[in-house]
Ligand binder design. Structure first.
Ligand code: G3H
Ligand code: ZN
Length: 287
């Protein structure tokens, strides 16, 4: 059932658990995540980055595929189709395409411009029944050469953005996209507590969920994180399972080269990873 992320976020915040956002790249990814959410009776958010949208030949194709698959599989748990780290233009493209939720990542704009654009998008999204996430404090990544810790958001800036009426807020608390470097200092819980104090009831988002130790995840949830984004970890297990299948020569036996067989181990690996995360985040049986 495709819905905005608003209700699931409010319930997660009140129930002290987090809903996983798992990014999708193709049909197998989407099917694996939807089937796992249904099996575990868990709400879920399907994240689509600009790059993944382009790879799947556009946001309209993605939205049509997700809607059709949601219906065909008989998915009854709440599913939000969410633009991940969207630009201003991509937000409008996804609204038109039929997404149920958007993220406007204006964190690289000067604060005034971020505020103006966020305000406009909040009004448009809410008029059409979509939820909207905003970001404060850039979340770095290995590819950006970030070493040590990601940027920590300014709690006052968080409050200013929260006051615009966004539904979910991503605040940088030392988290980084991709695999964490060995010298990563961990999440800044001081920042998280200060942000929570500044924004009150606003459900918070933890990006860069790949590889954060379980105890830090649990603590972040207890301090107000209601959505956790995981992408790289699903890619890693998919690649590992596919490599194993090929290295064992299974593609050379019988009809093992059939893409439906070749992609199956990766599909199952994503299901197992999503199940592990939903259990850790506490969203099982919360649909
Ligand atoms: O927006 C997407 C995420 O923050 C995913 O981060 O690839 O480090 O799991 P990750
Ligand atoms: Zn992210």
């Amino acid at each position: 059932m495709l819905v905005s992320a608003k209700d699931m976020m409010d319930k997660a915040r009140d129930g002290k658990y987090a809903v996983g956002q798992f990014n999708i790249n193709n049909l197998e990814w989407t099917k694996a995540i939807l089937n796992t959410a249904q099996k575990l009776n868990s709400p879920v958010i399907l994240g689509v980055s600009g790059g993944a949208g382009k790879y799947m030949t556009g946001f309209k194709v993605v939205a049509d595929m997700v809607k059709a698959m949601d219906e065909s599989l008989g998915i009854t748990v709440p599913v939000a189709l969410h633009l991940d780290h969207g630009t201003y233009d991509q937000c409008y493209d996804c609204i038109k395409a039929g997404f149920t939720s958007i993220m406007f990542d204006g964190s690289h704009f000067p604060i005034e411009e971020n505020l103006a654009k966020t305000k406009e998008l909040v009004a448009v999204a809410h008029k059409l029944g979509l939820s909207i996430e905003a970001e404060v404090g850039a979340i770095g990544g290995e590819e950006d050469g970030v070493i040590g810790r990601g940027e920590c958001a300014d709690p006052q800036e968080c409050k200013t953005i929260a006051d615009l009426g966004v539904d979910i807020l991503a605040a940088g608390i030392g988290n980084i996209h991709g695999v964490y470097p060995a010298n990563w200092e961990g999440l800044s819980f001081e920042t998280l507590e200060a942000v929570k104090k500044a924004v009150g009831d606003m459900p918070l988002v933890l990006h860069g969920g790949t590889g954060i130790p379980d105890d830090q995840i649990t603590k972040a949830i207890s301090l107000g994180v209601a959505k956790i984004n995981v992408n790289t970890e699903c890619q890693l297990v998919f690649a590992e399972a596919t490599r194993k299948y090929i290295e064992e020569g299974k593609d050379l036996k019988g009809k093992g080269f059939d893409p439906r067989k070749l992609l199956l181990p990766g599909y199952e690996a994503i299901m197992a990873k999503v199940e592990e995360k939903m259990n850790l985040f506490g969203s099982v049986n919360k649909a």
